[in-house]
Design a binder for this molecule. Sequence first.
Ligand SMILES: Cc1ncc(COP(=O)(O)O)c(C=O)c1O
Length: 380
Amino acid sequence: MTFVPFEMERWQSIHEHAVDLNLSESGVHPLTLAELVELADIERGALDGLLLEYVQSNGGQLLRERIAAIYPGAAAEDVVVTNGSAEANFVAAWDLAAQGGEFVFMEPNYFQIRGIAENLGVPVKSWWLDQPSWDADLAALEELVNEKTRAIFVCNPNNPTGRCFGDEFIAGVTAAAERVGAWVLADEVYRGAEHHGEETPSLWGSYDRVIAVSGLSKAYGLPGLRIGWAVAGDGHAERLWARKDYTTISPSALSEYLAGAALESRARIALLERTRGILNTNWQVLQAWLEERADLFSWRAPEAGAISLIEFRREVDTGALAEALRRDESCLIQPGCQFGLPRHLRLGIGPPKARLEDGLDRLARVIDSTVLADEQGVGS
Ligand SMILES: Cc1ncc(COP(=O)(O)O)c(C=O)c1O
């Protein structure tokens, strides 16, 4: 079997620390350790005395209780703490793949689970959101799901569209799954990063075969802690934990401690407010930039996440454009060709405002010198 690489992650990991400006990130500008210590009122002595041991491998009791508190009806036993939501997705997809059958995968999406499934030899059917509204076609989902479907994978709020889906979506997805006894894995890592501040409902609690995945990387601005989690009922968390014994054993002791402090209710609210402030300020910047170029792009305003998906109104090689921007202007963006949308760009709106403005200036220069110059050349 040919190995399918994770093209988007590799593009980011090679270049994100080498460029001046990174607009490829989907989370807000991270906090420093000092900012987190202040915001969460952490005592310096507590950090100095922290034992750098292996912690409880599914996550310590306090952290699991704080995570469970975000999900009504969940208990600490329903939670497995992982190294990023990426590990939660991995152990869950690995476990579901071992049960046989097919996966149904919402698209557009973050391609991690699709790649894992393909690399494990699991057949994957794509369930595409409608373009350009990015509405969810629940009737189409019903048609895709059959007795072979082992699991439906959704991302809500969605990467890369920034759409948030509510109760009707949850009812439709769980009804389709329940009809055939399939699992639903809901990657909810952007939950809490809604621009309007109203938290997207979790799929948790809507059906007994739901695995809700999330973490601190996006809505909380703490990707370097590498703390994620899966919440799953009826002893299923235990199954995921058993898989995790083979991957990374336990979270880092330092990250677990800091994550516990970040999820204390007052600190959690402050972190989410910080995120919302950045997103609302920066969306205004991007929106103004787009409105000046409405003949070039179409877009739907994102509802959540530090991401915005914009579409060229004409054929453009977005891979070549992103490469020219990186090479000539030291600025990184995410070309849509890496996630099945060759005319789209995904732009991160999480950096400090001045850096976003600088990055957009550089993108405008490259568009002028490539896309628009080519067109003028053709016309002349
Ligand atoms: C939808 C989605 N899920 C999971 C991840 C992995 O994030 P992390 O492991 O940092 O929580 C990402 C990262 O971009 C993502 O966009």
